[in-house]
Design a protein around this ligand. Structure first.
Ligand SMILES: Cc1cc2nc3c(=O)[nH]c(=O)nc-3n(C[C@H](O)[C@H](O)[C@H](O)COP(=O)(O)OP(=O)(O)OC[C@H]3O[C@@H](n4cnc5c(N)ncnc54)[C@H](O)[C@@H]3O)c2cc1C
Length: 405
């Protein structure tokens, strides 16, 4: 016999729990169930933000907040006017979870533990009688005239309203495609660049505080901190490129050249400063007179790459060495040969085509009473808590739409 629930949420992740709790709170009379394929839910929340869960980002103006979404920028503007950062903070605070802001704007639970968020969700789900059915993998979705029929690994379920919150799951995308939805082909977003280069080989851990990076042959450009890693480069300047360039860089098969301006100044200005240094520091070795607040070890590598030896003094270097150093500082080229996973956060670009979702309700334009929230839709963001904010916003609006319908 089929199991009937008024409202079913497929996927017990960030968006799934947030939707279920908000729906159940407003509809104590309705049966609300989450079908989760894993033996536990919220697994991404658990590992998120290096185990601390970067819940959201301290950006309180909707038009600024949307600029962090390479896919979804236009569509999320309206939804953020309904539910965004301040609402997220209040939602958690009202349920006993205090969030704090870090220097770079990322927001975490004060406990510094993602378990706090998980405990909050499990507690709230229980309090509002959300049934969480683990080890229930949804195999097929039949959208009938007035309800849905779901075949799962543990029997058939029926419901009036269905919410898909399955994250980046290819099997569910396939099922949605069979139901008539267009799926934008998924590609990875938020990754680091693999670079084998003498200049950075021996200096992992070094951070240049504010650089500009361009992907040559494209319009992609970003600014921010840059971290040298064991295999290449990371940190916001790189991660932003990986997000905004997710599709373009996939087409290049992750093989391309970047140009780094380590000091965010133009060539002429830099050259004139270095010419002045030739007078000012004439007797000092170039390697040991770090400029532009660059980390010493990085400065040294850029100097050596400019054909200047460890012992050469400013007075000894010629015009072409000076020009070479200027180029290294303002337009150093590196060959990217692949990508690596950024362990703190990664997402998939792609998913249900944004044109097929009504962003006032997060309901499918193709199938009435079917709602979508979180990463299942073609929205993704740069690193910093924005991906979860998309999940909270979509899930909240789904709950409001269901309350109104
Ligand atoms: C390592 C890592 C760290 C991250 N850190 C951050 C961070 O700090 N801040 C941030 O903003 N974002 C972070 N993200 C991104 C963020 O985790 C996702 O954007 C977010 O989890 C998406 O929520 P969701 O509910 O859409 O999907 P998910 O959280 O992925 O949940 C989907 C759920 O659906 C279930 N499911 C899938 N298919 C089926 C099926 N057929 N039947 C039943 N259940 C199914 C899955 O098991 C899963 O539990 C991180 C991602 C990773 C991988």
């Amino acid at each position: 016999m089929n199991t009937y629930k008024d409202i079913i949420i497929i996927g017990g992740g960030a968006a799934g729990f947030f939707a279920a709790i908000n729906i159940a709170e407003q509809h104590p009379e309705k049966s609300v169930a989450i079908l989760e394929r894993g033996k536990e839910g919220l697994q991404k929340v658990k590992i998120s933000g290096g185990g601390r869960c970067n819940v959201t980002h301290a950006e309180f103006i909707p038009s600024d907040l949307v600029s962090n979404y390479p896919r979804g920028e236009k569509e999320l503007l309206g939804p953020f006017h309904t539910f965004m950062t301040g609402d997220t903070i209040a939602w958690f605070e009202e349920r006993g979870v205090e969030l704090k802001i870090e220097e770079d704007g990322r927001m975490f639970p004060v406990s510094n533990s993602s378990q706090t968020i998980i405990d909050c969700f499990l507690h709230e789900a229980k309090k509002h009688n959300v049934e969480v059915l683990y080890n229930h993998s949804v195999k097929s979705i039949d959208a009938r005239e007035n309800d849905f029929l779901l075949d799962t690994s543990q029997g058939v379920f029926e419901c009036d309203k269905l919410i898909i919150a399955t994250g980046s799951n290819p099997k569910i995308w396939k099922l949605l495609e069979n139901l008539g939805h267009a799926i934008v082909q998924p590609v990875p977003s938020l990754f680091t660049f693999d670079i084998k280069d003498k200049r950075i080989k021996d200096i992992p851990g070094v951070v240049a505080k504010d650089v500009e990076v361009k992907v040559l042959g494209t319009d992609l450009v970003s600014e921010g901190p840059l971290l040298i890693t064991h295999v290449g480069m990371s940190a916001p300047a790189i991660l932003k490129l990986s997000a905004f360039g997710a599709i373009e860089l996939a087409k290049l098969n992750y093989n391309f050249k970047i140009e780094v301006n380590f000091i965010k100044q133009d060539y002429e200005w830099c050259l004139s400063v270095l010419k002045d240094s030739k007078q000012e520091y004439a007797k000092k070795s170039v390697v040991n007179t770090t400029h532009f607040e660059l980390p010493k070890r990085l400065w040294k590598q850029l100097v050596l790459a400019s054909n200047i030896s460890e012992t050469e003094r400013w007075a000894d270097i010629n015009k072409s060495q000076l020009e070479a150093l200027t180029l290294q500082l303002t337009a150093a080229q590196f060959h990217v040969t692949g990508k690596s996973t950024f362990k703190e956060e990664f997402v998939t670009a792609g998913g249900v085509d944004l044109k097929e979702i009504n962003f006032k309700t997060f309901e499918s334009k193709r199938i009435p009473n079917l709602y979508l929230a979180g990463e299942v839709i073609n929205v993704d963001a740069v690193t910093g808590g924005f991906n979860f904010q998309n999940a909270w916003t979509g899930a909240y609006i789904v709950s409001q739409s269901i309350a109104k319908s």
